[in-house]
Ligand binder design. Sequence first.
Ligand code: ZN
Length: 330
Amino acid sequence: MAKPEGDRTPKTLEERGFHIIDVHAHPFVKGGYPPAMKAMLASRKYTQPHWVGKSGKGTLEDLKAEFDETGHEVMANDARSHGVKMQPVAWDATSGMGEPPTSNDFVYGLWKEFPDAFFGAWGSVDPWQGQNALHEAERAITELKLIGLKFQQCTQKFRVNDRRFYPLWDLCQQLEAPVQFHIGYTGMGSGAPGGDGLYSMTYCQPLDVDEVAADFPRLKIIALHVGEPWPEVINHVAMHKTNVMRETSGMWPKYFPQCMTYDMNRRLQDKFIFGSEWGVFKLSEILKQWEELDLRPGIMEKVMYKNALNFLGERFEKCGLDLSPWKGLV
Ligand SMILES: [Zn+2]
């Protein structure tokens, strides 16, 4: 049956015919505060100037209350109802921001609480914690069997090509665990004086990834987000190096720069992996906008699950994840 005019709901799982793999979802739910609540408050006031929260004053407590009112099942139900296998990401920026992390145990707990909705999870460590970071990385990867590690260099205040952090990449390469690196612009601190003190551009440059990928050729790297203002640069890094993939979250698809969809349709069709940025972006609207992109036949399937399975499938299996939803589709 045709949908009524103006309907903004995306295709159902049945209409689409495949489950989507989402490698980047923020567990902004009860207990899942990110370690950048103050920066998030700044950007909230910038993007929603009329937001005042329950107290009427738009405080940090108001923002925390929004998290606490969102039960874990809200995220799980959203994933399920859209046929999305979601991977929540941890976030440890203790040294950078002085706020407690979204811990590895927290995302592990979500996955185990709703294993039909969550398809594993990504860990995180505070790169400034030396040996402790290495131990926690190893625990997350080998004991918790998290897929790999996610980094948000802007709030963690480090550059991935800084040789002081190379032991981390060495460990991940040895353990065959992939990493996610944040590229380009961030909403954190946006619109505040001095961007709330955050060096967003300094820490999130695509050429840093080019170096790490060259120095660790067996380390699998997902370069997160559209990567503004450098989408063409990061796309070329991915074109050059088989161990670098691209990811799509952090911007409404209707605003994707032309190089994203152009290359996604052509020479980079095997390089893009879907991420939703759940918690910041509304899943149904993201998926609807993906359907409205001018993509060639078969590209959606590649971005929405095939490329992820090709790049990460072995790791998924090692983490004990069930690949049967895509049986016969790859
Ligand atoms: Zn994110």
